[in-house]
Write a protein that binds this ligand. Structure first.
Ligand code: GDP
Length: 345
């Protein structure tokens, strides 16, 4: 019997063959974030026409390569209209309320945008495909936070979830809906269970960027102290540029599936501090305060990716080491601090 999946594959191949002169079209939600920037970069390099969805209140992504559309995942009817207008071949759902700490303050909002938002988009894609007969591939940004209080180490695609925040609960809901749309409707829907990924474009509230930004400013004399929370927490940190390539590879594979993406190396916040401050010839012990305000009601202590499936099936490999990542971010933020100094900020 032909499964719905196979039917979609056939339609896809025919259609791509029939319009090989037209570039592929991608829609990225959450396009103004770190991953949106790197993914845009990658897709444009692959010859795609890239459209980005950004919230009305966002100042704009500042990325002239993107065709921007205002809207967000709280409005399902707007999503359907948008899909009809753009006619994308691939949809990457990167939009979320993505601050884990803030999700404890805003649990319902986080559930609405990060959890239900993904369902609204999945449903919009399903209806769009049904009505137009078009074939659209879907990527969901799942997260290592879903493993939370880890039940085994390292974590792979079969490791049970044990969420430790409203954010993680919302991401699990979105992850399971993506799986359900794949199985129930034969949609080409994939989830990338991405471990923490950083870059000079990381938001300044995330701990790595908070550290590199402060270290640069301390180095040039613009800042004296840095307040942090739990220094014993550990993460599997990789480079965002490597991880968006994995997203794209998932959608180029013959079969939709879920993949863990990470480096397989774990480092503590202390180790990240060591790496960054010593690179700038500073000793972090002289500058860092621990403030209980930054501790979370429940914490993910240590996570570590087993990305062997992605390596085997997608031939994906990370290219940037922990040290290179820390130094790349430190270099960038030292330059930014020097500019701040010149501008008297
Ligand atoms: P997350 O893994 O998505 O929550 O990424 P974050 O960069 O926000 O946090 C990584 C880890 O750093 C968590 O275990 C936090 O508890 C810990 N951490 C320690 N101090 C801070 C801080 O000042 N800000 C943030 N965001 N995290 C901190």
């Amino acid at each position: 019997m032909t499964s719905p999946q196979n039917v979609y594959h056939t339609i896809n191949r025919t259609r791509q063959k029939g319009r090989s002169y037209v570039s592929q079209i991608a829609l990225i939600t959450g396009a103004s974030g770190q991953d949106g920037w790197y993914l845009t970069d990658w897709l444009i390099g692959q010859g795609y026409e890239v459209h980005g969805l950004i919230p009305c209140r966002a100042p704009g992504s500042g990325d002239a390569r993107l065709r921007l559309h205002y809207g967000d995942l709280s409005d399902g009817s707007n999503l359907i209209q948008l899909l009809d207008e753009i006619q994308p071949d691939e949809v990457y759902n990167l939009a979320a309320q993505s601050y884990v700490g803030l999700s404890f303050e805003l649990p319902v909002y986080t559930g609405d945008v990060t959890g239900l938002g993904a369902l609204r988009l999945l449903e919009a894609v399903r209806l769009h495909m049904k009505r137009t007969g078009r074939f659209v591939k879907f990527y969901q940004a799942s997260s290592s936070e879903m493993f939370g209080k880890v039940e085994e180490s390292p974590q792979n695609e079969r490791t049970p979830f044990h969420p430790r925040s409203p954010y993680a609960c919302a991401k699990i809901y979105a992850h399971l809906q993506t799986m359900n749309y794949r199985e129930a409707y034969g949609m080409f829907a994939c989830s990338g269970i991405l471990f923490n990924h950083e870059s000079p474009r990381r938001g300044e509230n995330f701990v790595t960027r908070k550290i590199t930004r402060a270290a640069g400013r301390i180095k040039v004399g613009l800042q004296e102290r840095l307040s942090l929370g739990n220094l014993d927490a550990s993460r599997d940190w990789g480079f965002a540029g490597d991880y968006v390539r994995a997203m794209w590879l998932m959608l180029q594979h013959d079969k939709p599936d879920d993949y863990v993406i990470g480096t397989g190396e774990t480092h503590s916040i202390r180790e990240f501090l060591d790496e960054v401050f010593s690179y700038l010839e500073l000793d972090w012990h002289d500058y860092v305060d621990v403030d209980p305000k930054y501790f979370r009601p429940a914490e993910v202590d240590i996570v570590c990716a087993d990305a062997s499936k992605a390596k085997r099936v997608l031939k994906w490999e990370p290219t940037i080491s922990f040290r290179e990542l820390a130094r790349m971010m430190a270099d960038h933020d030292l330059e930014l601090a020097q500019r701040d100094l010149r501008l008297g900020k």
